[in-house]
Design a protein around this ligand. Structure first.
Ligand code: CP
Ligand code: NVA
Length: 337
């Protein structure tokens, strides 16, 4: 089916993806710190292009294992569909199946999976498990959420902000709540792309010093800014984006009562949102605890972009998989549908 009309399309797409292919092919993504600001910008523009193109064959012959120690709705569905929409195969292994580190050692699992598939995406309780997995895997490992970071979420979030606001540089993102995995990845991604990132957390739940120092150094190089406070109002005042996440993350269920007490006063409600810019958007990675970190009803207001944000997990992960698996270097003969 080699009509002359196909040729320019292929070359345009090839050149569009070429830079990112060279930068990220075969690499792990365990932390946003594995990326630079330019990687993030390229991933966002590729995701926008892929979002418009729908189903393709660029990862035909490639396979991904999705191995989760914790539950998931968005991450599991979006990774599986991302692979399929690019013509590849995805195999899901549920928390009950592998027994990572129990039934079988993490290094052995990494070595076995490397013989079968082209990449592994894993959701683990401990970030160290991911590091051991990546250390013993011959194929790239992607963090699908650990107790330390959630890089794919942060990339989808910046894609969503770009779509809604048209730019990232100079925007102010206010995160209200726990200095957790989502906050950490978002702070690093915002600081690499010239955003002003503000975070309001109770002192005992503030973001760690190591991530803060790295973000401050990123921000110095990108003309961004970082503010840490324990006052939600100070963080949200004049912000373009107001963001929150659950107070109790997966694996912390025993602390739920203590956390509810510590975070009282940190709920994002209409009064707090009214301090942000008039056209500010509200974001949440989901799942949300309505009436806890976010007041009842906020998710369904016109300000809320949480469902666009959830959809964008699919589009950014398609860009990420194309970059890591070298989508357009695969023989182009199979690249028409
Ligand atoms: N936001 C997110 O990662 O959702 P899941 O836990 O449902 O994958
Ligand atoms: N911080 C939450 C995010 C869920 C997507 C958790 O780790 O459970």
């Amino acid at each position: 089916m080699n009509s002359p009309l196909f040729v320019p399309t292929i070359y345009v797409e090839y050149f569009f993806f070429r830079d990112i292919l060279e930068g990220m092919k075969g690499k792990d993504l365990l932390s946003v710190a594995d990326l630079g600001g330019e990687d993030i910008r390229l991933l966002i523009s590729d995701a926008i292009s892929l979002k418009a193109q729908g189903w393709l064959d660029m990862l035909s012959g490639k396979s991904l294992v999705i191995m989760f120690e914790k539950p998931s709705l968005r991450t599991r569905v979006s990774f599986e569909l991302a692979m399929r929409q690019l013509g590849g195969e995805a195999i899901y292994l549920s928390p009950a199946e592998v027994g990572l580190g129990g039934r079988e050692s993490v290094p052995d699992v990494a070595k076995v999976l490397s013989r079968y598939v082209d990449a592994i995406t894993a959701r683990t309780f401990s970030h160290q498990t991911l590091e051991v997995l990546a250390g013993h895997s011959a194929v790239p490992v992607i963090n699908a959420l650990s107790d330390w970071e959630h890089p794919c979420q942060a990339l989808a979030d910046l894609l969503t902000i770009s779509e809604k606001k048209g730019e990232l540089q100079g925007l102010t993102l206010a995160f209200v709540g726990d200095g957790n995995n989502v906050a950490r990845s978002l702070m690093l991604a915002a600081s690499l792309t010239g955003m002003n990132f503000r975070i309001a957390s109770p002192a005992d739940y503030a973001i760690d010093q190591e991530t803060l120092s790295l973000a401050q150094s990123n921000a110095a190089g990108s003309n961004g800014g970082i503010l840490c406070t324990d006052q939600p109002q100070l963080a949200v005042e004049g912000a373009d984006v107001v963001y929150t996440d659950v107070w109790t993350s997966m694996g912390q269920e025993d602390e739920a009562k203590k956390r509810r007490q510590a975070f009282a006063g940190y709920q994002v409600d209409s009064q707090l949102l009214s301090l942000a810019k008039e056209n500010a958007i509200f974001m949440h990675p989901l799942p949300a605890h309505h009436g806890e970190e976010v007041a009842e009803g906020i998710l369904d207001t016109p300000q809320s972009v949480v469902f666009d944000q959830a959809e964008n997990r699919l589009h950014i992960q398609k860009a990420l998989l194309a970059a890591i698996l070298g989508g357009l270097e695969i023989p182009l003969a199979g690249y028409y549908r």
